[in-house]
Design a protein around this ligand. Structure first.
Ligand code: FO1
Length: 350
């Protein structure tokens, strides 16, 4: 590793969405614990800045899917098959709501998961900001295993929500021929099966970074952009006024890993989101979207999967330090190896 990366690395900040980010974090933390990451201190602190623009209010409950996915995954409470929600879940609340004919039944509210939403909602209604609520929930899920070694922060305490504009042929319902729906309705109910004409990030322009977010980027030794959705997860984190600027200004190296392998999103449905934003659905397309800090972007280094090695020339011509390495997060060891490659690339970029 280059001598220009702090040695050892003591502080790593990760900008995370839901499933992809959480799985990457599990591998990163596994790598730190098992000592397989080059130049990383065994007591390195990881700070996660999570997307909150997927959040929704449903049945009077405040639901934060990406915060919860990270929290449950790292706290070993996640359902491993679904990648979201609690393991050993039951669905009586959902069934009872359906029996009353109460919408929205397409959103899976598990009984165990509901307890998290109840605690969060109670605290928010008592006046606590989301960052404080997240800290309280983390006391159960993260502190017992990671102590001071892991901190989960929402990107903002302000309410932001991603909405999607879709075509609607039912002119009685949508005289304009278009309808605006919550991102979760597009994602879950429609399974992103119709084109997203555009995205509306409600409240994002007026939001401010949550306490600790700016410092976590400014004071980090390394910032990692994991294989999360570049538009509706990382894109919204970068959309909080001030975050892109501190990322561009930090003395930490910034390295990203492609969520797109051979033209497909590995852990989600990012293709539709990239297409609606006019971005090429490829590892190169996402790398160029983030861009090199040397030319006004946010990254120093970008990793693509070995099968996307053809994209490397274009990316390095755009000023990025690049490498083609295996990017399938098949288990914690394989993911820790990805984190090790990210650290090596960050070292070469300095
Ligand atoms: N994803 C689904 O595909 N179906 C669901 O019913 C569903 C419910 C749900 C409840 C709580 C939660 O934290 C996450 C949930 N997710 C569900 C995942 C979530 O919609 C998304 O994958 C993300 O928001 C995208 O990161």
């Amino acid at each position: 590793m280059s001598s220009t990366l702090p040695s050892p690395l003591r502080s790593i900040t990760v900008l995370s969405g839901g499933v992809g980010g959480a799985r990457f974090l599990r591998g990163l933390l596994h790598g730190i614990r098992t000592g397989v990451l080059p130049g990383v201190s065994a007591d390195a602190r990881v700070t996660v800045i999570a997307n909150t623009s997927d959040d929704l209010w449903l049945h009077g409950l405040k639901i934060c899917p990406d915060l919860d996915t990270v929290m449950y995954t790292l706290g070993d409470g996640i359902d491993p098959e679904r990648g979201w929600g609690r393991r050993d879940e039951t669905w009586h609340v959902n069934e009872e709501l359906s029996a009353y004919g109460v919408e929205n039944t397409w959103f899976g509210l598990g009984d165990r998961d509901v307890a998290t939403h109840l605690v969060r909602t109670q605290m928010i209604e008592a006046g606590y900001p989301l960052s404080e609520v997240t800290r309280a929930l983390s006391q159960r899920w993260l502190e017992p295993t990671y102590g001071e070694g892991l901190r989960l922060l929402p990107m903002t305490d302000d309410r932001t929500e991603t909405h999607v504009v879709i075509a609607d042929a039912d002119l009685d319902r949508s005289p304009s021929g278009k309808r605006v729906i919550h991102f979760q309705e597009y994602w879950i109910k429609l399974r992103a099966s119709v084109p997203a004409e555009s995205l509306i990030f409600v409240g994002l322009d007026e939001s401010t970074p949550a306490p600790g977010v700016v410092e976590a980027i400014t004071e980090a030794d390394l910032v990692i952009v994991p294989p999360s959705n570049p538009i509706v997860s990382v894109g919204t984190i970068l959309g909080v006024p001030g975050i892109r600027e501190v990322l561009r200004a930090t003395s930490a190296a910034v390295v990203g890993l492609s969520p797109i392998i051979k033209g497909h999103h590995v852990h989600g449905m990012a293709e539709q989101m990239l297409t609606s934003a006019g971005v090429e659905v490829s590892a190169a397309g996402v790398g160029l979207l983030y861009g090199s800090r040397s030319t006004g972007g946010v990254l120093d280094a970008w990793l693509v999967d070995s099968s996307d090695a053809d994209d490397l020339v274009r990316l390095s011509e755009a000023g990025l330090t690049v490498a083609a390495v295996p990017l399938l997060m098949s288990d914690a060891d394989a993911t820790a190896a990805m984190a090790a490659e990210a650290i090596s690339a960050a070292g070469r970029a300095r």
